[in-house]
Design a protein. Sequence first.
Length: 605
Amino acid sequence: MNNKKFTKRTTILLIYILLFFSLLLAIAVGSVYIPLKEVISSLFLNMDDVNHTIIFDVRLPRVLVALIIGTNIALAGALLQAVMGNPLADPGLTGVTTGAAMFVLFIMLVMPEHTALVPIAAFFGGIIAAIGVYILAWQNGNLTPIRIILAGVAINAICGGVIGFLTIIYSDRLPSALQWLNGSLAAKGMDSLWPLLPYSIIGWIFVVLFIRKTNIIRLGDETASNLGENVNAIRIILSLIAVFLTAISVAIVGVIGFVGLIVPHMGRLLVGSNYKYLIPVSMGLGALTLLIADTVGRTVFAPLDIPAGIFMAVIGGPYFFIFNERKNNLMLSLQSVSIDMEQKRIIDSMSFEVKKEEILSIIGPNGSGKSTLLKGICKYIPLSQGKITLNNDNIGKLSTKQIALQLCMLSQKNTAPNDMTVKELVSYGRYPHKKMFQKLNKEDYEIIRWAMEKTNIAKLKERRIATLSGGESQRAWIAMALAQHPKILFLDEPTTFLDISHQHEVLELVKELNKEMGMTVVMVLHDLNQASKYSDRILVMNKGKKRIIGTPKEVLTKNMIRNVYEMESEIERAPNELKPRIHLVCTCKQLRNEKRREIQYGKEN
């Protein structure tokens, strides 16, 4: 069995074991403590005593409602994050929660005699809000994640304004709705559980049925379309499932935030982004998170019963702080970057992140915009739109010298005067660190010596650049980059014009710099096996767009190679290796021609 799959399945099993024991503990604690032994006896034996009545009439229904609501909201968040390609998406962001809350509050404050309509009102409120979001987001027959988010902000503002208006006009009736507004599970019994359970199960079934399609839209719109999927239809269906799960939850307990945001994040940290594993983890963690929030709220602050919604809001803030600290692990971030040249779009809405101390390789066919992207990041060419941050600073507001102190790029073709020596070339790496007319000092010369020794060219320091071999020349330029002391190194096709031996030599040096010095490296490569071997993650580009980004195992698949390179391939995966090896077989055109010949031959015979 694959060790990685075994680890993920073990993680899922441990989560549900923890959930089971948390359920028993939640039933045991309260104003009257019931020993765990009696809890287990009451659950599995037909007993007739006071504790049995407390468990089945009061605590068990509330605990089960918490489990189901937590599961529903977590699944809704996970689906919406896939739909929008945004890890900060949750039911609240898209206006679903606010829309449902607005309709329910209208019933509670304006027509309190019709509270039986609350579940229906919540569902239609969520649906109408979602429809409003998609109407606003629809443009030229397409739905883009960024437009969905912006439309969600607008719908949230409208619904929030209506809620504020209702609370002011009907302030005398507001106390009756406060518990619901704060997401309370108090007094939730079997009358709440039985309407909730069947609808939730229906929603869970649809989530499971759409796991594969959810994974496909994570590959990007073009790849999903090439695989025969209607991307807009999938987005709408997944959104409707999320709306359904959110609406039935809001109808029962009110507004509970952050579960749909926090839980999928925790799930990705544990099992990655494959929804085959993320869905069961989100279900278990969602149930566990809300169960703990409700149990703490009603026991730690007894005799007060703090609503779970308030407790989640309190812990949600610190989570954002922790998430922001994790963002500090990012070296580079691109947000919807586009580049136009000669009135033609070369890079189209490119968004991705580069982590500290990783090697990210960019691959794709010729003309994909790989080199243009690197030049745009380095400010060699202007952006048409979007934002790039380097160590959390907007790169557009940094001077070229400030950028050079953090970032160095080596182009495909590097030129130097014929009479320039290796040592002179490497010394130019110190230029960004010096002021005008300031000379190199002892520290600079020590860094230059270290850079040449690190790249194994110290013995060549007096040689002229024009006399070096291809591999020696590349090492000399990399030595100059090292002398610059950048935090991130960009290499544009560093193996171009090199034979196999020198290619290996250069890439091994890059790997050594990354491992020993913690240098972040972004490089453009054409050889898929080299990208697999030397990369932590791979970004695939085609026609100026991001197709997919992930580990070599996630990215280098037959479908990707067929769709991007129009090549048929065989993927070799060793049982315990994360780095696949690719064997190219033939072009798709050759395969089609061969099949035509076989068909024609069959007809003739």
